[in-house]
Design a protein around this ligand. Structure first.
Ligand code: DMJ
Length: 643
């Protein structure tokens, strides 16, 4: 039995998607998405029509009605015509085995056709339920798959890349016994955090140290991707916790799988997972980390399928469908998210010899360069469909922060040859200094937030990383203002230390004000929490490396003691809800960045400078060290690996 008109449809999955490149390869360039959408509708109407026509097929085809639940009525007619007998509703076969086999075969085919029809209809219905954006993204993903397949066919094996000069992976043990003791204490804290995660949250993204179970947030979707393991690896490595490192490696090797139906944050996955895996690869030389990083990066690429090439904030790792956060201004992507991919993506191209990653981030940079900036400031929001800014808010804290950091670090990572990045950094910092940086009445330098032409005199804990950034960018600054920027870094470090020192717990609040007689103190209840964040300690460490002023080690030690006293619980470390309360309550989350960043910066603060020297390593925004790439020029095509 054949139903030629129907079989091709029933035999394929997702017919509407085939309207993309795979169905009409020669038309790829000429068919617009809107036309494809119309074709999609026509095709689904066609499926429905075929299904309808199915009822009116003549003669022997009529027995297909069996499939529609009409057996009771039709069995006597069909069976007697073929020699069977119907005795009181029981079917008796009258014509031997051939007839029986034939009928079974017919039955099997009928069932298959029915199932295929239903499946095709369901798929068409599902497709039509989706938004235009989702359909467009799926078409684009399908297109990319075809392009990738074609590429694969004639791609040569990856060329070996010259490994960068990996210096400074040694113990960095300080000679001073007091400093050594402090460093050992930090290592013990790391062990406590890891062991408890190992015991109660293994494989989950994070740990709930009080409930003693796994924890996750929407940045990781609904997946269990072991975020803490990946984030902690390089800290374990530099601390010499080799057994723990191996446990993590084994879990990653056996369990870390990115083919999951989960919608994740592109930014978070990049800085924590790709950054963490790359750093673990460079430090340990274990191929598994590189392989996993490249696999994961491939899963993030569909997020760039937007009309402008500015990626979506989130992407489904399985379907490749992307979208933005509901709360972001007018459907915008976030500056600190799409602007914090450069370091990792350049390394991915370097290691694979595939320029696709490099091209994605350079495209973002070129687009930003062309845009007008109100007062020379970069707004936090950019619409990936229109390429226009959203609200004119600028921040060196949340939503903006690491974009500026990555401009500077792109230059550093290129062995100071990427002058385009350095210029963008210098221009941005000049505008920030002019419009956002002020001194409070009490003489504290702070970085406020720009909101539609108005300066909000509030600074976030996140913004405190900028002290370290200014110090790191001092050397090589325009007009030889190195001294000025080092001083600015010191002033920010001082202000942030004050924000800690003016609390009961000696831990910093999430945000603090410089207004109405308030100086470096949180006013709103929902800004009084401390969630084990690293930024203030990060700045202490950079300032220590550049000045060796012992006060930075002292401030770091104060913070470490406060964390150990108020955040340590028997099941790990927890954030606290109010740093001004003498009996704080816990938030019951051990953030993965506590192991990746906070404890790493503390450990480095009490280590010698020859452990991960800043001339050879650049730390990504999650504190994962990546080596400087001493390339011949700023474009990776200068890399011999590309020839
Ligand atoms: C980290 O995940 C990264 O440092 C990121 O850039 C912003 N802040 C968190 C920790 O506070």
């Amino acid at each position: 039995m054949t139903t030629p008109a129907l079989l091709p449809l029933s035999g394929r999955r997702l017919p509407p998607l085939n309207l993309g490149a795979s169905a009409f390869p020669h038309h790829r360039a000429t068919l617009r998405l809107s036309e494809k959408f119309i074709l999609l509708l026509i095709l689904s109407a066609f499926i429905t029509l075929c299904f309808g026509a199915f009822f009116f097929l003549p003669d022997s085809s009529k027995h297909k009605r069996f499939d529609l639940g009409l057996e009771d009525v039709l069995i006597p007619h069909v069976d007697t015509s073929k020699g069977g007998k119907n005795l009181g509703g029981f079917l008796i076969h009258g014509q031997g085995h051939d007839e029986h086999r034939h009928r079974e075969e017919e039955e099997r085919l009928r069932n298959k056709i029915r199932a295929d029809h239903e499946k095709a209809l369901e798929e068409a219905k599902e497709k039509l339920k989706k938004s235009r954006d989702e359909i467009q993204a799926e078409i684009q993903t399908e297109k990319n798959k075809v392009v990738q397949e074609l590429k694969k066919k004639d791609s040569k094996p990856l060329p070996p890349v010259p490994l960068p000069n990996l210096v400074g992976i040694n113990s960095g043990e300080p000679a001073d016994p007091d400093i050594r003791e402090r460093r050992n204490k930090i290592k013990e804290m790391m062990k406590h955090a890891w062991d408890n995660y190992r015991q109660y949250g293994w494989g989950h993204n994070e740990l709930k140290p009080i409930a003693r179970k796994g924890h996750s947030t929407n940045i990781f979707g609904n997946s269990q991707m072991g975020a803490t393991i990946v984030d902690a690896l390089d800290t374990l490595y530099i601390m010499g916790l080799h057994d723990e490192f191996r446990e993590g490696q084994e879990w990653i090797d056996k369990n870390l799988d990115f083919s999951v139906n989960s919608e994740v944050s592109v930014f978070e996955v990049n800085i924590r997972f790709i950054g963490g895996l790359l750093a673990a690869y460079y430090l340990s030389g274990q191929e598994v980390f590189k392989i996993k990083a490249v696999q994961l990066a491939g899963k993030l690429l569909p997020a760039f399928n937007t009309p402008t090439g500015i990626p979506w904030a989130m992407v489904n790792l399985k379907s490749g469908v992307g979208r933005n956060w509901g709360w972001a201004s007018a459907g915008s992507s976030i500056l600190a998210e799409f602007g914090t991919l450069h370091m990792e993506f350049v390394h991915l191209s370097y290691l694979t010899g595939d320029p696709v990653y490099y091209n994605k981030v350079m495209h973002i940079r070129k687009l930003l360069q062309k845009m007008d900036r109100p007062n020379g400031l970069y707004p936090n929001y950019l619409n990936p469909r229109t390429g226009r800014w959203g609200q004119h808010h600028t921040s060196v804290g949340g939503l903006g922060d690491s974009f500026y950091e990555y401009l500077l670090k792109a230059w550093l990572m290129s062995d100071k040859t990427d002058m385009e990045a350095r210029k963008m950094y210098d221009d941005a910092i000049e505008a920030i200094e002019k419009h956002l940086i002020r001194k409070s009445n009490g003489g504290l330098t702070f970085i406020g937030e720009w909101k539609n032409g108005h300066l909000e005199r509030k600074m976030g804990h996140l913004t405190c990383f900028a002290g370290g950034m200014f110090a790191l960018g001092a050397d090589g600054s325009r007009d030889d203002k190195a001294g000025h920027y080092l001083q600015l870094g010191a002033e920010i470090a001082h202000t942030c230390h004050e924000s800690y020192d003016r609390t009961t717990l000696k831990l910093g609040p999430e945000a603090f004000k410089f207004d109405g007689g308030v100086e470096a103190v949180a006013v709103r209840q929902n800004e009084k929490y401390y969630i084990l964040r690293p930024e203030v300690i990060e700045t202490y460490w950079y300032m220590w490396r550049f000045t060796h002023d012992p006060k930075y080690r002292q401030w770091g030690w104060e913070a470490a003691q406060a964390i150990d006293k108020y955040c340590r619980v028997s099941g790990g470390f927890s954030g606290v809800k109010d740093v001004y309360s003498s009996s704080p309550t816990y938030d019951d989350v051990q953030q993965s960045f506590f192991l990746a960043e906070t404890l790493k910066y503390l450990y480095l603060l009490f280590s010698n400078d020859d452990l991960l020297p800043l001339d050879n390593w650049v730390f990504n925004t999650e504190a994962h060290p990546l080596p400087v790439l001493h390339l011949a020029n700023t474009t990776l095509s200068g890399n011999p690996a590309y020839r």
